[in-house]
Design a protein around this ligand. Sequence first.
Ligand SMILES: Cc1cc2nc3c(=O)[nH]c(=O)nc-3n(C[C@H](O)[C@H](O)[C@H](O)COP(=O)(O)O)c2cc1C
Length: 305
Amino acid sequence: MPLVQVLLVLRGAGLGLSLRPAMTAAYASVRPGELGDATALANIAMRVGGAVGAALCVIVLSRALDATGPSVGFASAFLALALICLLARWQPHGCAAASSDNTKPPPASKGRQTDETATASTDLHLAVIIGSVRGGRFGPRVGARVQKCLAESAINADIIDLADLTFPPTMGEHLDVASFATRISRADAILVVAPEYNHSYLGPLKTAIDALREQWQAKPVAFVSYGGMAGGLRAVEALRAVFAELHAVTIRNTVSLHNPWAPAADPDIDYPDTAATQALAQMMRQLLWWADALRAARQHVPYPA
Ligand SMILES: Cc1cc2nc3c(=O)[nH]c(=O)nc-3n(C[C@H](O)[C@H](O)[C@H](O)COP(=O)(O)O)c2cc1C
């Protein structure tokens, strides 16, 4: 009998956990482009899951009391509760881990709400720029991986592939520039996926950055880089100087993929590895923290550029 009860609890806890991705995926499909709402909903799903688990505990307890008497009944209930607590504390590894902290409010500051409804990122917008354009490029593979990680964390993003945009060499007015301006304007956070070309980043990315000005100001920018042994880090360092000039705030952490081509092409290898995936999750937490803080600051006082 206790085994059946334990299985019941496990099934209930599993149901609770499985609610989370299902609900966030459903939400993301209805409201694409919304960054934080899905994570807030995911937390509700987790709580619903917890409630389901708790209800099952009660059922287990009453059944056990009926069938086996108080001592076995209380022991079963205790075991059930311990299992639920263990599962509630369990955090998925990798990118999915980023979502758990995304909706935490930032540290309390004067004049800001700190209750649970004042979540950090309930309506933040993230733009991901794919910063390479050549035929046969590797960039979209990295971009797809980043997008998958973000989706696992219930983070939706506006993916801006520079290969889809044509910027005029004269830096004049152009529909693509206008649309790029609108998308960056809307973004509270920007993630740039950039390879290294001749110890820097490539020209079309610079053209795109130069095409805008105030849209970058007081916004946080993070990087996922790739390249040879240096993993594209020289491109990132060059980009930091450019974004500083534009009053953007670059995130200290970087996700850097060195020589990613062979492992990424091997279907038997889970690429990027756990370390890179966790690095992305941590960097996303930092990016979203800054996104929330800077958006609040921009709303409070216009940025004095
Ligand atoms: C013109 C050119 C210059 C490059 N220079 C470097 C370099 O300085 N350092 C490096 O690590 N990789 C360098 N690479 C390798 C690129 O980082 C690599 O090919 C990467 O996949 C390019 O991104 P993409 O495929 O998305 O265009 C260079 C590649 C090209 C095409």
